[in-house]
Design a binder for this molecule. Structure first.
Ligand code: NAD
Length: 477
């Protein structure tokens, strides 16, 4: 099939990918259409008095599918936010949640704003006003619609939103579950901030556990020593780059940011670069690497793994042919357009698709939502009991070894690691790792098991759409 001449919009791109998968399924045309379309998009324009004048802002909350409720998806603050974009992102949320078995429908929101142009107290006023509009219509609600952070938002914005919801619903005992990605002191969960980047790491670890899959990407061996390019050192890109370089021995050979890129064949020190960006606002002037001002061109540099972790459509018909990475993991949503996807597949590039690769965020958001509804921290009931059981076992083993005259006994390191019961962070990471492994297996079975499927994206869509379809059917649709 030839690449389309016109680059489709983001939403059209998601639909094209959906269509490619659905052609291989046996769904009735009616059900197919029901799953594809976005159920509703609410647009709000509201005014806030700031700096002596009234400023009007435009925001959206889109609900793609309510086959399960609540629906879930982040809220993004960026100047490029528009209806097409939130609808594309909401659709991706539906497929993502189905793939990782998080019991939610898909939703997404956005506010057209450059958060860097406003002071903190102004952003708080704007966020509270936006949240007010959404709460009023149950578009923020623990049992109907549960937002989370995305580009340009984080814990701080979520704390303002949950507080706004509480002010408007003073007797709702489950109020804390109305948004996820909150700070710990406002009902958040350990490990949520790092979750999406951590999920990217777990996804790559799982991919490299399968030599057959690694070979499909024309690579060999494990993650250690692999050359990686990361685009966007924000929440997702920073955590992915940090964990992969510190724990898996990959070499971050380039980091691309808004103002250019830093290249270093020996590895860019991620933590130092993050500090430099925080101090100067960009990567320019970073002493430990070569600066180039054409950041996008660095996507085309030689590497083993490319991690676009900034925004959508950065790999498109204008540059896809020149991408050299044999393996791309879509940490951002929609970084590869449908046209570029075809070009890359024809070149034999393996793409680990967004609906799987960045699902770590919604997975840990699911844990946070469950924690909020159950009103208890994970591990609180069993941690010390587990420790006592392990300590009992260790002391009995020591007694037996001692009576058998074995010298040395059990090492102190083993004892301290074994005896320690799992706290919330360990449980969250374990649940996330399990989710990423299980979801990969479900995609992989389709990828390897069906002759008419030759890429992971279609495999992922097939798994997700089948689950959404089953859910609609069981509701009687
Ligand atoms: P963020 O705002 O924390 O970071 C984005 C980073 O990309 C920033 O450092 C920004 O300077 C950089 N950037 C923006 N435009 C760029 C460009 N043209 N070139 C290079 N760098 C650029 O956002 P985030 O939360 O890390 O989200 C990044 C992507 O990951 C988005 O596509 C988002 O939808 C997706 N995502 C985020 C989460 C999450 O939990 N935050 C979950 C799933 C998916």
């Amino acid at each position: 099939m030839n690449a389309p001449l016109r680059e489709p919009s983001f939403r059209e791109s998601v639909d094209l990918m959906f269509n490619r998968a659905v052609r291989l399924m046996d769904l009735s045309p009616g059900l197919e259409e029901k799953i594809r379309v976005c159920n509703s998009t609410y647009t709000v324009r509201f005014g806030v008095r700031l700096r002596g004048a009234i400023h009007t802002f435009t925001g959206y909350r889109s609900v793609h599918s309510e086959h399960m409720e609540p629906v879930k998806g982040g809220i993004r603050y960026a100047m490029g936010v528009n209806q097409d974009e939130v609808e594309a992102l909401a659709a991706l949320m539906t497929y993502k949640c189905a793939l990782v078995e998080a019991p939610f429908g898909g939703s997404k929101g956005g506010l057209r704003i450059d958060p860097r142009e406003w002071d903190e107290h102004e952003l708080e006023q704007i966020t509270r006003r936006f949240a007010f509009e959404l709460v009023k219509r149950d578009l923020i609600n623990p049992s109907q619609n549960v937002p989370a952070p995305d580009m340009g938002t984080g814990e701080r914005e979520m704390a303002w939103m949950v507080d706004q919801y509480k002010r408007m619903n003073t007797t709702d005992i489950n109020a804390a579950a109305c948004v996820t990605g909150k700070p710990l002191n406002a009902g958040g969960i350990h490990g949520r901030v790092e979750a999406t980047g951590r999920g990217v790491q777990y996804a790559l670890q799982e991919f490299f556990r399968h030599p057959e899959d690694v070979k499909r990407a024309r690579l060999a061996g494990g993650l250690e020593g692999k050359r990686v390019i990361v685009q966007g050192l924000g929440n997702v890109g920073y955590h992915a780059a940090k964990f992969l370089s510190e724990e898996d021995g990959v070499k971050i050979v380039a980091v691309i940011e808004r103002d250019g890129a830093i290249l270093n064949p020996n590895g860019v020190p991620v933590e130092f670069l993050k500090t430099h960006i925080a101090a100067t606002g960009g990567v320019k002037g970073f002493p430990r690497g070569t600066y180039v001002d054409d950041g996008a061109a660095a996507l085309e540099e030689e590497c083993d793994i490319l991690i676009p972790a900034a925004m959508e459509s950065v790999i498109n018909l204008t540059n896809a042919e020149r991408i050299k990475a044999p393996l791309i993991i879509e940490a951002a949503n929609g970084p590869v357009t449908a046209g570029a996807d075809e070009v890359l597949r024809a070149k034999g590039v393996v793409i680990i698709p967004d609906l799987y690769a960045n699902a770590g965020g919604v997975t840990v958001s699911y844990f946070e939502w469950v924690k909020n509804l159950s009103h208890i921290r994970f591990g609180r009931m069993q941690r010390r009991q587990e420790e006592a059981q392990h300590a009992l076992l260790v002391s009995e083993m020591e007694r037996i070894l001692h009576s058998a005259g074995v010298k040395g006994g059990i090492s102190e390191r083993f004892k301290s690691e074994y005896v320690r019961g799992a706290g919330e962070l360990e449980l969250v990471r374990s649940g996330l790792d399990d989710t990423m492994r299980t979801a990969y297996q479900s995609m992989r079975e389709v990828w390897h098991g069906r002759k008419d499927v030759d890429d992971l994206r279609v495999a992922a869509y097939l798994v997700s759409i089948a689950r959404v379809a089953a859910s609609y059917r069981s509701k009687g649709l």
